[in-house]
Design a protein around this ligand. Structure first.
Ligand code: AMP
Ligand code: MG
Length: 435
Protein backbone atom coordinates (compact mmCIF):
# COMPACT_ATOMS: atom_id res chain seq x y z
CA UNK A 1 0.00 0.00 0.00
CA UNK A 2 1.31 3.49 -0.88
CA UNK A 3 1.76 6.16 1.76
CA UNK A 4 -0.12 9.43 1.23
CA UNK A 5 3.12 11.16 0.23
CA UNK A 6 4.04 8.40 -2.21
CA UNK A 7 0.59 8.56 -3.79
CA UNK A 8 0.78 12.33 -4.20
CA UNK A 9 4.25 12.14 -5.76
CA UNK A 10 3.18 9.38 -8.12
CA UNK A 11 0.05 11.29 -9.16
CA UNK A 12 1.97 14.50 -9.83
CA UNK A 13 4.54 12.54 -11.87
CA UNK A 14 1.70 11.31 -14.07
CA UNK A 15 -0.07 14.66 -14.45
CA UNK A 16 0.67 15.95 -17.93
CA UNK A 17 -0.07 19.64 -18.53
CA UNK A 18 -2.84 20.80 -20.84
CA UNK A 19 -1.05 22.60 -23.61
CA UNK A 20 -3.61 24.18 -25.93
CA UNK A 21 -3.98 27.88 -25.08
CA UNK A 22 -6.94 30.11 -25.80
CA UNK A 23 -7.45 33.83 -25.35
CA UNK A 24 -9.96 35.28 -22.89
CA UNK A 25 -10.82 38.84 -21.84
CA UNK A 26 -9.06 39.68 -18.56
CA UNK A 27 -12.45 40.14 -16.90
CA UNK A 28 -13.36 36.50 -17.71
CA UNK A 29 -10.05 35.03 -16.53
CA UNK A 30 -10.99 34.19 -12.93
CA UNK A 31 -9.65 30.74 -12.00
CA UNK A 32 -7.92 30.21 -15.36
CA UNK A 33 -4.25 29.28 -15.66
CA UNK A 34 -1.96 31.61 -17.58
CA UNK A 35 -0.40 29.89 -20.62
CA UNK A 36 2.42 32.41 -21.26
CA UNK A 37 4.31 34.94 -19.14
CA UNK A 38 3.04 38.51 -19.30
CA UNK A 39 5.25 41.59 -19.33
CA UNK A 40 4.37 45.22 -18.88
CA UNK A 41 4.79 47.61 -21.79
CA UNK A 42 4.48 50.58 -19.44
CA UNK A 43 5.90 51.97 -16.24
CA UNK A 44 3.51 51.93 -13.26
CA UNK A 45 2.83 54.51 -12.00
CA UNK A 46 3.65 56.31 -15.24
CA UNK A 47 4.49 59.61 -13.47
CA UNK A 48 5.47 60.73 -9.97
CA UNK A 49 2.10 61.36 -8.33
CA UNK A 50 0.64 62.46 -5.05
CA UNK A 51 -0.32 59.90 -2.39
CA UNK A 52 -2.46 62.50 -0.55
CA UNK A 53 -4.75 65.43 -0.96
CA UNK A 54 -2.55 68.38 0.04
CA UNK A 55 0.05 70.80 -1.21
CA UNK A 56 3.08 70.11 -3.39
CA UNK A 57 6.09 72.19 -2.36
CA UNK A 58 9.82 72.52 -2.72
CA UNK A 59 11.29 71.38 0.60
CA UNK A 60 13.92 74.15 0.32
CA UNK A 61 11.13 76.77 0.19
CA UNK A 62 9.75 75.78 3.60
CA UNK A 63 12.32 77.13 6.03
CA UNK A 64 10.15 76.65 9.12
CA UNK A 65 6.79 75.33 10.16
CA UNK A 66 4.15 78.06 9.98
CA UNK A 67 5.38 79.51 6.67
CA UNK A 68 2.87 81.08 4.35
CA UNK A 69 3.15 80.29 0.62
CA UNK A 70 1.05 81.53 -2.30
CA UNK A 71 -0.82 78.78 -4.14
CA UNK A 72 0.28 78.99 -7.75
CA UNK A 73 -1.74 76.17 -9.34
CA UNK A 74 -4.27 73.45 -8.66
CA UNK A 75 -3.74 69.92 -10.02
CA UNK A 76 -6.52 67.33 -10.02
CA UNK A 77 -6.03 63.62 -10.84
CA UNK A 78 -6.03 63.30 -14.61
CA UNK A 79 -4.55 66.75 -15.14
CA UNK A 80 -0.91 67.69 -15.68
CA UNK A 81 0.58 70.66 -13.81
CA UNK A 82 3.18 73.14 -14.91
CA UNK A 83 6.65 73.41 -13.26
CA UNK A 84 6.23 74.67 -9.70
CA UNK A 85 7.16 78.33 -9.42
CA UNK A 86 9.84 78.78 -6.72
CA UNK A 87 8.45 79.99 -3.41
CA UNK A 88 4.90 78.73 -4.08
CA UNK A 89 2.78 75.66 -3.33
CA UNK A 90 0.53 73.70 -5.70
CA UNK A 91 -2.84 72.49 -4.44
CA UNK A 92 -2.78 68.78 -5.39
CA UNK A 93 -5.08 65.79 -5.06
CA UNK A 94 -4.42 62.05 -4.66
CA UNK A 95 -3.21 60.49 -7.90
CA UNK A 96 -2.44 63.83 -9.59
CA UNK A 97 1.03 64.16 -11.15
CA UNK A 98 3.50 66.01 -8.93
CA UNK A 99 4.63 69.13 -10.84
CA UNK A 100 8.27 69.33 -11.89
CA UNK A 101 10.24 71.15 -9.22
CA UNK A 102 8.13 69.94 -6.28
CA UNK A 103 9.84 67.35 -4.07
CA UNK A 104 7.25 66.78 -1.31
CA UNK A 105 3.50 66.78 -0.73
CA UNK A 106 2.20 68.05 2.62
CA UNK A 107 -1.09 66.41 3.53
CA UNK A 108 -3.91 68.94 3.79
CA UNK A 109 -4.41 68.15 7.49
CA UNK A 110 -1.08 69.96 8.11
CA UNK A 111 -2.06 73.01 6.06
CA UNK A 112 -4.44 75.94 6.51
CA UNK A 113 -5.70 77.61 3.37
CA UNK A 114 -6.23 81.34 3.67
CA UNK A 115 -8.63 83.57 1.79
CA UNK A 116 -6.98 85.73 -0.78
CA UNK A 117 -5.43 88.76 0.92
CA UNK A 118 -6.56 90.94 -1.95
CA UNK A 119 -9.96 90.07 -3.44
CA UNK A 120 -9.17 92.01 -6.60
CA UNK A 121 -6.46 89.51 -7.57
CA UNK A 122 -8.70 86.47 -7.22
CA UNK A 123 -9.49 84.57 -10.35
CA UNK A 124 -12.69 85.37 -12.11
CA UNK A 125 -13.27 81.65 -12.83
CA UNK A 126 -13.60 80.93 -9.12
CA UNK A 127 -17.21 80.26 -8.05
CA UNK A 128 -18.68 83.18 -6.12
CA UNK A 129 -18.98 81.09 -2.96
CA UNK A 130 -15.31 80.28 -3.05
CA UNK A 131 -16.27 76.64 -3.52
CA UNK A 132 -14.14 74.77 -6.02
CA UNK A 133 -16.19 72.58 -8.35
CA UNK A 134 -15.65 68.90 -7.70
CA UNK A 135 -14.34 69.48 -4.18
CA UNK A 136 -17.27 69.43 -1.83
CA UNK A 137 -17.02 68.83 1.92
CA UNK A 138 -18.35 65.39 2.86
CA UNK A 139 -21.43 65.09 5.04
CA UNK A 140 -20.52 65.20 8.70
CA UNK A 141 -17.21 66.97 8.17
CA UNK A 142 -17.12 70.28 9.96
CA UNK A 143 -15.42 73.41 8.73
CA UNK A 144 -12.77 72.99 11.43
CA UNK A 145 -11.59 69.61 10.12
CA UNK A 146 -12.08 70.15 6.41
CA UNK A 147 -9.76 72.77 4.95
CA UNK A 148 -11.69 75.33 2.98
CA UNK A 149 -11.43 74.90 -0.78
CA UNK A 150 -8.63 76.89 -2.21
CA UNK A 151 -7.61 77.95 -5.63
CA UNK A 152 -4.62 79.53 -7.23
CA UNK A 153 -4.30 83.12 -6.14
CA UNK A 154 -4.83 82.16 -2.50
CA UNK A 155 -2.30 81.34 0.21
CA UNK A 156 -1.63 78.37 2.43
CA UNK A 157 0.07 78.11 5.81
CA UNK A 158 2.30 75.05 6.09
CA UNK A 159 2.30 73.79 9.69
CA UNK A 160 4.85 70.98 9.34
CA UNK A 161 8.29 70.72 7.81
CA UNK A 162 8.10 68.50 4.72
CA UNK A 163 10.62 65.71 4.22
CA UNK A 164 12.06 65.19 0.70
CA UNK A 165 9.94 62.68 -1.20
CA UNK A 166 7.15 62.73 1.39
CA UNK A 167 3.79 61.52 0.01
CA UNK A 168 5.14 61.13 -3.50
CA UNK A 169 4.58 57.84 -5.28
CA UNK A 170 7.51 57.52 -7.63
CA UNK A 171 7.14 56.64 -11.30
CA UNK A 172 7.92 52.93 -11.71
CA UNK A 173 7.85 52.14 -7.99
CA UNK A 174 5.36 49.33 -8.73
CA UNK A 175 6.38 48.09 -12.20
CA UNK A 176 9.17 48.95 -14.63
CA UNK A 177 8.48 48.88 -18.36
CA UNK A 178 9.54 45.49 -19.75
CA UNK A 179 9.26 43.68 -16.41
CA UNK A 180 7.42 40.36 -16.13
CA UNK A 181 4.24 40.85 -14.10
CA UNK A 182 2.75 37.34 -14.26
CA UNK A 183 4.50 34.00 -14.78
CA UNK A 184 3.19 31.19 -16.99
CA UNK A 185 1.30 28.69 -14.83
CA UNK A 186 -0.17 31.36 -12.55
CA UNK A 187 -3.77 30.73 -11.48
CA UNK A 188 -5.56 33.98 -12.04
CA UNK A 189 -7.41 35.44 -9.07
CA UNK A 190 -8.83 38.90 -8.55
CA UNK A 191 -5.42 40.42 -7.72
CA UNK A 192 -3.71 38.90 -10.77
CA UNK A 193 -6.55 40.05 -13.04
CA UNK A 194 -6.28 43.55 -11.61
CA UNK A 195 -2.50 43.53 -12.06
CA UNK A 196 -2.90 42.55 -15.73
CA UNK A 197 -5.40 45.36 -16.21
CA UNK A 198 -3.08 47.85 -14.44
CA UNK A 199 -0.50 47.39 -17.20
CA UNK A 200 -3.13 47.75 -19.90
CA UNK A 201 -3.70 44.10 -20.85
CA UNK A 202 -7.22 43.49 -22.16
CA UNK A 203 -6.86 39.77 -22.95
CA UNK A 204 -4.81 36.89 -21.59
CA UNK A 205 -3.66 33.57 -23.04
CA UNK A 206 -4.90 30.77 -20.75
CA UNK A 207 -4.94 26.99 -20.90
CA UNK A 208 -8.20 25.57 -22.13
CA UNK A 209 -10.47 24.26 -19.39
CA UNK A 210 -9.77 20.72 -18.29
CA UNK A 211 -12.71 18.39 -18.94
CA UNK A 212 -13.60 16.22 -15.97
CA UNK A 213 -16.26 13.51 -16.33
CA UNK A 214 -17.83 12.08 -13.18
CA UNK A 215 -20.11 9.18 -12.38
CA UNK A 216 -21.29 7.71 -9.13
CA UNK A 217 -21.68 4.01 -8.49
CA UNK A 218 -24.20 2.50 -6.11
CA UNK A 219 -27.58 0.80 -6.36
CA UNK A 220 -28.58 2.61 -3.16
CA UNK A 221 -28.15 6.09 -4.62
CA UNK A 222 -31.02 8.46 -5.32
CA UNK A 223 -30.88 12.01 -6.69
CA UNK A 224 -32.20 14.63 -4.22
CA UNK A 225 -35.71 15.76 -5.07
CA UNK A 226 -37.49 12.42 -4.63
CA UNK A 227 -38.32 10.69 -1.33
CA UNK A 228 -36.10 7.83 -0.18
CA UNK A 229 -37.32 4.24 -0.18
CA UNK A 230 -35.99 1.87 2.50
CA UNK A 231 -32.29 1.16 1.93
CA UNK A 232 -31.68 4.20 -0.25
CA UNK A 233 -29.48 7.24 0.39
CA UNK A 234 -29.03 10.47 -1.47
CA UNK A 235 -26.15 10.82 -3.89
CA UNK A 236 -24.32 13.54 -1.98
CA UNK A 237 -20.93 12.87 -3.59
CA UNK A 238 -22.26 14.18 -6.88
CA UNK A 239 -22.98 17.56 -5.35
CA UNK A 240 -19.76 17.66 -3.34
CA UNK A 241 -17.74 16.83 -6.44
CA UNK A 242 -19.61 19.39 -8.51
CA UNK A 243 -18.53 22.06 -6.04
CA UNK A 244 -14.95 20.81 -5.91
CA UNK A 245 -14.47 20.41 -9.67
CA UNK A 246 -16.18 23.68 -10.57
CA UNK A 247 -14.25 25.44 -7.80
CA UNK A 248 -11.01 24.53 -9.56
CA UNK A 249 -12.23 25.98 -12.85
CA UNK A 250 -12.66 22.65 -14.65
CA UNK A 251 -15.50 21.81 -17.02
CA UNK A 252 -17.66 19.14 -15.38
CA UNK A 253 -19.38 16.42 -17.40
CA UNK A 254 -21.82 14.76 -15.01
CA UNK A 255 -22.80 11.23 -16.12
CA UNK A 256 -24.94 10.57 -13.06
CA UNK A 257 -25.62 7.40 -11.10
CA UNK A 258 -24.41 4.05 -12.42
CA UNK A 259 -25.79 0.73 -11.09
CA UNK A 260 -23.53 -1.82 -9.42
CA UNK A 261 -22.90 -4.13 -12.39
CA UNK A 262 -19.71 -4.67 -14.36
CA UNK A 263 -21.52 -4.00 -17.66
CA UNK A 264 -22.98 -0.67 -16.55
CA UNK A 265 -19.70 0.40 -14.98
CA UNK A 266 -17.76 -0.47 -18.15
CA UNK A 267 -20.22 1.34 -20.38
CA UNK A 268 -20.10 4.48 -18.22
CA UNK A 269 -16.31 4.34 -18.06
CA UNK A 270 -15.91 3.99 -21.82
CA UNK A 271 -18.25 6.91 -22.41
CA UNK A 272 -16.55 9.11 -19.79
CA UNK A 273 -13.04 8.36 -21.08
CA UNK A 274 -14.10 9.36 -24.59
CA UNK A 275 -15.49 12.69 -23.41
CA UNK A 276 -12.99 13.97 -20.85
CA UNK A 277 -9.36 14.51 -19.94
CA UNK A 278 -9.92 13.04 -16.48
CA UNK A 279 -12.59 10.63 -15.21
CA UNK A 280 -13.50 10.70 -11.54
CA UNK A 281 -15.88 8.25 -9.89
CA UNK A 282 -17.05 7.58 -6.36
CA UNK A 283 -17.77 4.23 -4.74
CA UNK A 284 -17.23 0.69 -5.88
CA UNK A 285 -13.47 0.64 -5.36
CA UNK A 286 -13.21 -1.59 -2.27
CA UNK A 287 -13.16 -5.35 -2.32
CA UNK A 288 -16.88 -5.90 -1.86
CA UNK A 289 -18.93 -8.10 -4.15
CA UNK A 290 -20.63 -5.04 -5.65
CA UNK A 291 -17.38 -3.17 -6.36
CA UNK A 292 -16.81 -3.18 -10.12
CA UNK A 293 -14.86 -0.01 -10.74
CA UNK A 294 -11.36 -1.43 -10.47
CA UNK A 295 -12.31 -4.43 -12.64
CA UNK A 296 -13.79 -2.12 -15.29
CA UNK A 297 -10.65 0.05 -15.40
CA UNK A 298 -8.47 -3.08 -15.66
CA UNK A 299 -10.60 -4.33 -18.54
CA UNK A 300 -10.69 -1.07 -20.56
CA UNK A 301 -7.31 0.32 -19.58
CA UNK A 302 -4.90 -0.23 -16.74
CA UNK A 303 -4.80 0.32 -12.98
CA UNK A 304 -1.51 1.87 -11.82
CA UNK A 305 -2.21 2.49 -8.16
CA UNK A 306 -4.71 1.16 -5.69
CA UNK A 307 -5.07 1.87 -1.98
CA UNK A 308 -3.40 4.50 0.14
CA UNK A 309 -2.43 4.05 3.80
CA UNK A 310 -4.56 6.79 5.32
CA UNK A 311 -7.79 7.41 7.16
CA UNK A 312 -10.31 8.35 5.89
CA UNK A 313 -9.97 7.03 2.37
CA UNK A 314 -8.06 3.78 2.02
CA UNK A 315 -9.52 2.59 -1.29
CA UNK A 316 -8.49 4.91 -4.12
CA UNK A 317 -7.67 3.95 -7.68
CA UNK A 318 -5.51 5.69 -10.26
CA UNK A 319 -5.31 4.38 -13.78
CA UNK A 320 -5.58 5.24 -17.47
CA UNK A 321 -8.38 4.50 -19.89
CA UNK A 322 -7.46 5.45 -23.45
CA UNK A 323 -6.19 9.04 -23.32
CA UNK A 324 -7.99 9.81 -20.07
CA UNK A 325 -6.69 9.68 -16.53
CA UNK A 326 -8.92 7.73 -14.18
CA UNK A 327 -9.34 8.42 -10.48
CA UNK A 328 -11.72 6.28 -8.43
CA UNK A 329 -12.59 7.85 -5.09
CA UNK A 330 -14.03 5.91 -2.16
CA UNK A 331 -17.80 6.06 -1.71
CA UNK A 332 -17.88 7.28 1.86
CA UNK A 333 -18.68 11.00 1.64
CA UNK A 334 -15.91 12.17 3.99
CA UNK A 335 -13.36 9.89 2.32
CA UNK A 336 -14.33 11.17 -1.13
CA UNK A 337 -14.09 14.80 0.04
CA UNK A 338 -10.76 14.43 1.86
CA UNK A 339 -9.04 12.36 -0.83
CA UNK A 340 -10.19 14.82 -3.50
CA UNK A 341 -8.73 17.72 -1.53
CA UNK A 342 -5.40 16.04 -0.79
CA UNK A 343 -4.71 14.19 -4.04
CA UNK A 344 -7.12 15.03 -6.85
CA UNK A 345 -6.88 18.79 -6.43
CA UNK A 346 -3.07 18.97 -6.90
CA UNK A 347 -3.33 16.45 -9.74
CA UNK A 348 -6.01 18.45 -11.57
CA UNK A 349 -4.17 21.74 -10.98
CA UNK A 350 -1.02 20.34 -12.56
CA UNK A 351 -3.09 18.92 -15.45
CA UNK A 352 -4.54 22.44 -15.87
CA UNK A 353 -1.02 23.79 -16.32
CA UNK A 354 -0.67 25.43 -12.89
CA UNK A 355 2.75 25.55 -11.26
CA UNK A 356 1.71 26.17 -7.64
CA UNK A 357 -0.35 23.06 -6.88
CA UNK A 358 0.53 22.00 -3.33
CA UNK A 359 -1.37 23.05 -0.23
CA UNK A 360 0.45 24.45 2.80
CA UNK A 361 0.13 23.17 6.35
CA UNK A 362 0.48 25.32 9.46
CA UNK A 363 1.44 24.62 13.08
CA UNK A 364 -1.60 25.26 15.29
CA UNK A 365 -2.19 24.38 18.95
CA UNK A 366 -4.67 21.65 19.79
CA UNK A 367 -7.46 22.24 22.28
CA UNK A 368 -8.28 18.52 22.37
CA UNK A 369 -6.96 15.17 23.43
CA UNK A 370 -6.31 12.31 20.99
CA UNK A 371 -5.58 8.97 22.59
CA UNK A 372 -6.01 6.59 19.65
CA UNK A 373 -2.59 6.08 18.05
CA UNK A 374 -3.37 4.81 14.53
CA UNK A 375 -1.59 2.40 12.21
CA UNK A 376 -2.37 4.72 9.27
CA UNK A 377 -1.83 8.44 8.77
CA UNK A 378 -5.04 10.19 9.73
CA UNK A 379 -6.72 13.44 8.71
CA UNK A 380 -9.04 14.68 11.45
CA UNK A 381 -11.73 17.28 10.87
CA UNK A 382 -11.15 20.26 13.16
CA UNK A 383 -12.31 23.82 13.65
CA UNK A 384 -10.30 26.94 14.55
CA UNK A 385 -11.76 28.42 17.72
CA UNK A 386 -11.72 32.08 18.78
CA UNK A 387 -8.81 31.25 21.14
CA UNK A 388 -6.75 30.32 18.07
CA UNK A 389 -6.66 26.63 18.97
CA UNK A 390 -8.25 23.65 17.29
CA UNK A 391 -11.36 21.80 18.40
CA UNK A 392 -12.11 18.37 17.01
CA UNK A 393 -15.47 17.36 15.53
CA UNK A 394 -16.77 14.73 17.97
CA UNK A 395 -17.60 12.10 15.33
CA UNK A 396 -14.67 11.34 13.02
CA UNK A 397 -16.47 8.57 11.09
CA UNK A 398 -15.90 8.64 7.33
CA UNK A 399 -19.65 8.65 6.73
CA UNK A 400 -20.34 11.80 8.76
CA UNK A 401 -20.31 14.63 6.24
CA UNK A 402 -21.37 17.10 8.93
CA UNK A 403 -17.77 16.95 10.17
CA UNK A 404 -16.51 18.51 6.92
CA UNK A 405 -19.08 21.31 6.87
CA UNK A 406 -18.43 22.09 10.56
CA UNK A 407 -14.64 22.14 10.25
CA UNK A 408 -12.10 24.67 8.98
CA UNK A 409 -9.57 22.09 7.93
CA UNK A 410 -7.71 18.87 8.59
CA UNK A 411 -5.33 17.90 11.39
CA UNK A 412 -2.62 15.80 9.75
CA UNK A 413 -1.89 13.06 12.28
CA UNK A 414 1.21 10.89 11.87
CA UNK A 415 1.12 7.13 12.42
CA UNK A 416 1.02 6.45 16.15
CA UNK A 417 0.69 10.14 17.12
CA UNK A 418 -1.27 11.08 20.25
CA UNK A 419 -2.19 14.63 21.20
CA UNK A 420 -2.57 16.54 24.45
CA UNK A 421 -4.16 19.99 24.75
CA UNK A 422 -1.55 22.64 23.93
CA UNK A 423 0.44 20.40 21.55
CA UNK A 424 1.33 21.98 18.21
CA UNK A 425 -0.18 19.97 15.38
CA UNK A 426 0.02 20.10 11.57
CA UNK A 427 -3.14 21.77 10.31
CA UNK A 428 -4.24 22.09 6.68
CA UNK A 429 -6.95 24.76 6.42
CA UNK A 430 -9.68 24.18 3.87
CA UNK A 431 -8.73 27.57 2.43
CA UNK A 432 -5.64 25.73 1.12
CA UNK A 433 -7.71 22.91 -0.31
CA UNK A 434 -10.95 24.28 -1.68
CA UNK A 435 -9.94 26.68 -4.41
P1 AMP B 1 -18.62 1.92 -1.55
O1 AMP B 1 -17.26 2.54 -1.69
O2 AMP B 1 -19.33 1.85 -2.84
O3 AMP B 1 -18.54 0.63 -0.84
O4 AMP B 1 -19.44 2.92 -0.62
C1 AMP B 1 -19.04 3.17 0.70
C2 AMP B 1 -20.12 3.93 1.44
O5 AMP B 1 -20.32 5.19 0.84
C3 AMP B 1 -21.46 3.25 1.45
O6 AMP B 1 -22.07 3.46 2.70
C4 AMP B 1 -22.22 3.97 0.37
O7 AMP B 1 -23.61 3.93 0.56
C5 AMP B 1 -21.68 5.35 0.48
N1 AMP B 1 -21.75 6.04 -0.80
C6 AMP B 1 -21.30 5.55 -1.97
N2 AMP B 1 -21.49 6.43 -2.95
C7 AMP B 1 -22.07 7.51 -2.40
C8 AMP B 1 -22.55 8.74 -2.92
N3 AMP B 1 -22.42 9.03 -4.22
N4 AMP B 1 -23.10 9.63 -2.08
C9 AMP B 1 -23.21 9.33 -0.76
N5 AMP B 1 -22.79 8.19 -0.22
C10 AMP B 1 -22.23 7.28 -1.01
MG1 MG C 1 -20.95 0.95 -3.54
Amino acid sequence: MLSADQLLDALLERARGVTEPETVPVTDALGRVLAAPQTSAITVPPLDNSAMDGYAVRVADVAAAGMRLPVSQRILAGAVGTPLQPGTAARIFTGAPVPPGADAVLMQEYCTPLPNPDETTSHSTKPASGQVAGYLPQAGEGANVMPKPINEGEDVIIHALPRPGENIRRAGEDIQAGAQVLAAGTRLGAAEMGLAASVGLAELPVHRKLKVACFFTGDELVTPGTPLLPGQIYNSNRTTLTGLVNGLGCELIDLGIVPDTLEATEAALARAAGLADVVITSGGVSVGEADYVKAAVEKLGRVEMWKVAMKPGKPLVYGRVGEADFIGLPGNPVSAFVTFCLFVRPFLLKRMGATDVLYRAFAVQADFTWRKPGARREFLRARLQPNGKLALFPNQSSGVLTSCAWSDGLVDLAIGQTIDPGDWVRFIPFSELLS
